[in-house]
Design a protein around this ligand. Sequence first.
Ligand code: HSE
Length: 316
Amino acid sequence: MITPRPWIEAFAPATVSNLGPGFDCLGLAVCRAGDRVRARRRDEPGVVLSLVEGDGGKLPREVERNTAAVAAAWLLRRHAPDRGVELQLHKGLPLGSGLGSSGASACAAAVAVNAALELSLPETTLVEAARHAEGVACGTPHPDNVAPCIVGGIVLIPALDPLRLVSLPVPESLWLALYTPGVSVATADARAVLPRQVTLPDTVTQAARLGLLVHALHLGDLALLGEAVVDDIVEPARAGLIPGYLEAKAACVEAGALACSISGAGPTTFALAADEGRARALLEILDEAYTGVGVAGQGMVDRVGPGARVTSPALH
Ligand code: HSE
């Protein structure tokens, strides 16, 4: 009788990307919410996705279209072409939420497969695998969810070819309020509304804000960080996709949020605060605002956290 190989389970966190001026090149990982993938070796080459749960039946089950399986298949093709793996995906994150849901599944799979097959691949390779899966899911292999999802913390991606990942300092007292209103926004749709061209003055302002943001993180200056988390290019184009967003943001700013903007492609709205109590107060304000326009959803307060990791015992 063949003894089944042990399952290796990995957890990958939700992420907040763009963070105002860092469209497609900046993101952070949070602590608590995320997806889980279990992986185990199989004797035949290739990827089998034997279970997907927690998605209400909405995600594709085909290996060619499910981001967890796509990331695993990418890793196998390049780094273990004769090996095989079975995957099980347990969704913890809502779909189409702007919390890096598709990326988290891909990252959890990449980490689980890396461990189950004992490949010892570097983080950049795991990010490349997950980025490829993002491309399949939404048409663009953007790295700003999957990079912080793998690496943890706040990550800047200054170059794609070759991929460069820069971890930025995380201010100790930084808290986030994250509210996902009850509407779903597909990343592809949120990208379709973006301007094709941007004026030079707008580009200069956005570049200056991103520079200020990096400076603020190095100083640990939360007021300066709040000043930098402003986006006059992407946010105005997407605000119309999220009912009540502008009112919710105005209420947060009025209540003293350090900053408030759209998480990734939305509709999750994030607000920054200097302590947990203020983050909780901002979460209530977001809940009230979105409930008031008929799109009540769910929220949480959280901190910046570590990247995707194996959560089951090691093989040896
Ligand atoms: N940077 C990407 C976007 C993130 O805003 O479209 C999508 O999750």
